[in-house]
Design a protein around this ligand. Sequence first.
Ligand code: MRU
Length: 334
Amino acid sequence: MVNALQRIDNKVRLLRQTLLPTEVHYDDLDDYRDIIAAIKCLDVRGAPAIGIAAAYGLALAAQRNNVAGIDDLPTFADEIRNARPTAVNLSWAVDRVTTRLRQEKPQGHQAIVALLWNEAETIHAEDRHLCRAMGEHGAALIPDKARVLTHCNTGALATGGIGTAFGVIYTAHQQGKQILVYADETRPLLQGARLTAWELMQAGIPCRLICDSTAAMLMRQGGVDLAIVGADRITTQGDVANKIGTYSVAVACHHHDIPFYVAAPYSTFDESLVNGDEIPIEERHADEITRGFGRLTAPEGVEVYAPAFDITPAELVSAYITDQGIRPGKRHRS
Ligand code: MRU
């Protein structure tokens, strides 16, 4: 499995995901502003991975900027927290690191930096275990010979381990189940095509790439047994923010009576929000649609609406696969 990011001495080695699948290129970063830039341009992306990147970013900020007291950190913390708005893992990681700092009160620059690196690595290692746990729990929901549809990228590139939804698929495959994965290409930045198809092929998991708009047709043809996706934030009533297009998959699953599962670690559950409409939805730059990957594909100057995520209401979710086990969704009960 590939590492999206990794601590190397006092730097962070980061895989430039925007270059995949044509180039596997790592950069060693020692400035927290480069981490923020990487999060914004999606060189590192996926909710758990940006949480991990945020924690490493705080360590770099303290290291480079001679932070000598806990009160010097909030400016950097806020800057990192605001890199992207939708995935709650980002602010969760920043809060976790700063809480530990306030509890342990390390004295002096060296001690603060050491604690920040330690907590970032702890979050990273913990995510590896959370992915394994989700994989084990979720694989029980995947029958042998299942045809599984997934959306966006939720694998090692998006996490610190084997992935969320991808980790469930990977675990089922490891258990010897013969599964076929349909990967939505995931417009407009093609995380499904560039990243998920790449990871599936690397893992030797049989897969077919489809356009997002093929999913409903494929379901109507009887070609999908279940869908499984990740999440960027889940509210207390179970509404799910995930990559734009997820809601359409959930609606189509409901219409065709196909189970729709959401896999996410506890760090993606936001206990402070009830209704999914309260989740801030990131809007991306028009260029990502009108000149994605460098070629003009729409009339110059056309107005664009480009939300990066959508909300799937809890009523459309069959079950949540978490590190703690399977939690039934509202669709399950109806
Ligand atoms: O914009 P991205 O690529 O960061 O969006 C990622 C997703 O929507 C994933 O499905 C989500 O973060 C879960 S990843 C384990």
